[in-house]
Ligand binder design. Structure first.
Ligand SMILES: [Zn+2]
Length: 310
């Protein structure tokens, strides 16, 4: 679940030592160590700016208030399986069972659970594209905190983080794997191990942009393999696959299928953003569901549109 964060929390950030208190005001310190003084000098040369719009702000690697307000964080209630938001929480009327969206019932994913920090709003898309394609990595610590918050239930007893791998030619041209960077940022916060080599992309897949859900599934079919001699390292493990964006879930499913076939006990997926139509939802309580029929627990909110992708 994502803990609500205020602007001041983004500016203060856990453990960043920015000297900004909850109200957003700088605290007076009797003594500033040399590092802080050097940091102040560096700020004069390269003043901290919003990582989206480049407006001057108080600390590096953060967002200004305006851009922060345009990040559409995914908040409960959410589908227990897909992590997409639900229009209301049926448990508020007394039930205790986690709820699933109709999409999760109609087409259950191969992975066990997915969580993402935010929707793919235009601001979030700008952030991720700058991170991936324009080498703007100063937001990584902030992204790691968002992942840790959104993925808390997945990470609680996880044993291994596995980033979605790039095909070698794409890795060569981009020079880094953004999912691996996110995994390492998250590992620095959580202490979890990262394995960037256990899962390999063995097929040069076409860009998923513009493809339908079916085309995306076909595109990534057979794209992943377990690296030779590494299967023992994932057998029986609870794994969290790290990606930058979950769109239809086709890539996440392909990774999960490969890891589970090799013996992983559980495969969850955690991403910065999730592209989903928030209006395409039907709330269904587990154990009492019918996808197209009358629901038996009062969870009968139905939107005008039916879900067509995860
Ligand atoms: Zn901004």
């Amino acid at each position: 679940m994502i803990a609500p964060m205020s602007i001041s929390e983004t500016e203060a950030g856990p453990g960043d030592g920015a000297g900004i208190e909850a109200g957003g005001q700088r605290t007076a310190r009797p003594f500033r160590p040399l590092g802080a003084l050097l940091g102040g000098l560096a700020d004069l040369v390269l003043p901290p700016v919003c990582i989206v719009c480049r407006t001057r702000i108080g600390s590096h690697g953060l967002l200004c208030g305006g851009c922060w307000a345009r990040i559409d964080f995914i908040a409960p209630p959410i589908c227990a399986r897909l992590g997409i938001p639900l229009p209301y929480d049926p448990r508020a009327s007394g039930g205790n069972e986690p709820c699933l969206s109709a999409a999760a019932i109609a087409q259950p994913p191969v992975y066990d659970r997915a969580r993402a920090a935010a929707h793919c709003s235009s601001t979030m898309r700008d952030l991720i594209q700058s991170f991936k394609y324009r080498d703007r990595h100063e937001g990584l610590p902030l992204f790691a905190r968002w992942l840790a918050s959104a993925g808390a239930p997945l990470l609680a007893d996880a044993e291994l983080l596995v980033p979605v791998p790039l095909y070698r030619s794409r890795l060569w041209s981009r020079r880094f794997n953004q999912s691996a960077m996110l995994a390492h940022g998250l590992a620095a916060l959580t202490g979890l191990k990262v394995d960037c080599f256990v899962l390999k992309r063995v097929k040069r897949t076409a860009s998923q942009v513009g493809l339908s859900a079916k085309e995306r599934r076909r595109n990534v079919a057979g794209a992943f393999r377990i690296a030779r001699g590494r299967a023992d390292q994932i057998k029986g493990k609870r794994i969290v696959v790290i990606d930058d964006v979950i769109t239809t879930g086709a890539t996440a499913d392909a990774c999960a299928r490969t890891l589970k076939r090799a013996g992983a006990a559980r495969v969850d997926v955690l991403a910065l953003a999730r592209a989903a139509d928030p209006t395409a939802l039907v709330v269904i309580a587990t154990g009492k569901h019918q996808v197209n029929g009358r629901l038996t627990n009062g969870c009968n909110h139905r939107s005008p549109k039916q879900p067509n992708s995860a």
